[in-house]
Write a protein that binds this ligand. Structure first.
Ligand code: PLP
Length: 400
């Protein structure tokens, strides 16, 4: 009676969700846990954006909208793509959905089936491979070295492409590493993609306003408009405007693909929430000071966490270009023994040791497809970051 479809049995529950649950369980047992697993801003949604949502409710903006989003929101998205990223697009090449996650999933649903390959550079956001598998396709994981700042090189991309490749996924800035692609790197990847007309590129730029690098945020189509018919550029309001619960994400892409996403969404959800769309339009068109303020805070936390982690013997970490994560290398502690006599064999062992010994929750690198690393989030206060790094340092010092 409980038989489920393969698309469910073949995928995992998100490891970040599982880590968050473990933290809740330990807290429920009365343990004090410093939580560095958080995947959402620790700020509140800015007041003006909330007010736009409240106004939408008061004014009866509470009905179905067009499946691809309201004109007001799509115009705001169009303007944002043009002014920030120099991407030109008509309103019918924009779609809106219940979060970037939903857009990414539905885009795969529209294009992936048995035999389809999707190139996923590792370390990757945990959901990509499962989204491919849930739609019957095959994720092709390409490991990207720390020496290339965990970024996909044109050579590695070319080598991974086969006649079955439908997508390559680029996430910039990256969750979990924070690394972002420069215009030159995007151009070099774009040249490869251009040579393979059946390959599409999924650019997940959800963190591109949380930006610290001294080069500007760019999309692959910014410098190569000729790639517009091969690129789906995905973004949303969740991370930049602290709006994770409002569930609005969007994308610009080739018309055939946007039409297909809309067709599927018309049967799945009819449209995203009208209230959230009004709030998202206000976020994109209103003053951007809240984004600037939060980026200043995230930057200070990134700098401090980077400094503290690099001061711990056995750990090292690159300086992120954006987003709110760090991805320290823990090769220097692998093979060491805990005070209880257990050998740290993997980054999962290390992450569990940090949780048990130091009361610090992180996510092990294996969850992102590249070991031995662990991810820490800076979407938490400076006090917690400093206290957690001190506890990590103590715990590492106890290893022999
Ligand atoms: N893409 C990446 C890389 C993310 O880290 C996340 C959220 O964790 C998302 C997409 C999903 O964002 P949304 O809240 O818009 O669905």
């Amino acid at each position: 009676a409980e038989k489920l479809a393969t698309r469910v049995t073949s995928i995992r529950v998100s490891p970040s969700t599982a880590a968050a649950q473990k933290v809740r369980d330990l807290k429920a047992e009365g343990r004090e846990i410093l939580n560095l697993t958080v995947g959402e801003p620790d700020f509140d949604t800015p007041h003006a954006i909330k007010t736009a949502g409240v106004k939408a409710i008061a004014e009866g903006d509470t009905k179905y909208t067009p499946v691809n989003g309201t004109i007001a929101l799509r115009k705001a998205i169009q303007h944002d793509f043009k002014t920030r990223l120099d991407i030109d697009c008509d309103l019918d090449r924009i779609c809106v959905g219940g979060g970037a996650k939903q857009i990414l999933f539905v885009a795969m649903m529209a294009t992936v089936e048995a035999g389809t390959e999707v190139i996923v550079p590792a370390p990757y956001w945990v959901s990509y491979p499962d989204m491919v598998v849930a739609n019957g396709g095959t994720p092709v994981i390409v490991h990207c070295d720390e020496s290339s700042r965990f970024k996909l090189t044109p050579e590695a991309l070319e080598a991974a492409i086969t006649p079955r490749t439908r997508w390559v996924i680029l996430n910039s800035p990256s969750n979990p590493t924070g690394a972002a692609y420069t215009a030159e790197e995007l151009r070099a990847l774009g040249e490869v993609i251009k040579r393979h007309r059946d390959v599409l590129v999924m650019c997940d730029e959800i963190y591109d306003r949380i930006w610290f690098a001294d080069f500007p945020a760019q999309s692959i189509v910014s410098g190569m408009p000729e790639l517009a018919d091969q690129a789906l550029v995905v973004n949303g309001v969740s991370k930049s405007y602290a709006m994770t619960g409002w569930r609005i994400g969007y994308a610009v892409g080739p018309k055939f693909l946007i039409d297909a996403i809309n067709k599927l969404q018309s049967q799945m959800s009819s449209c995203p929430s009208s209230i959230s769309q009004a709030a998202a339009a206000a976020a994109l068109t209103g003053p951007q000071d809240s984004v600037e303020e939060t980026v200043t805070v995230y930057r200070a936390r990134r700098d401090r966490a980077h400094e503290l982690i690099n001061a711990i013997p056995g750990l090292s970490c690159l300086l992120p270009d954006g987003a709110f994560y760090l991805y320290p290398n823990c090769a220097g502690v692998i093979g060491k023994k805990t005070p209880a006599g257990k050998t740290i064999e993997t980054d999962l062992d290390f992450s569990l040791y940090l949780l048990e010994e130091a009361g610090v929750a992180s996510v092990h690198g294996g969850a992102y497809g590249l070991e031995p690393y662990f991810r820490i989030s800076t979407a938490t206060s400076m006090e917690i970051i400093e206290a957690a790094c001190a506890k990590i340092a103590d715990a590492v010092a106890k290893l022999s």
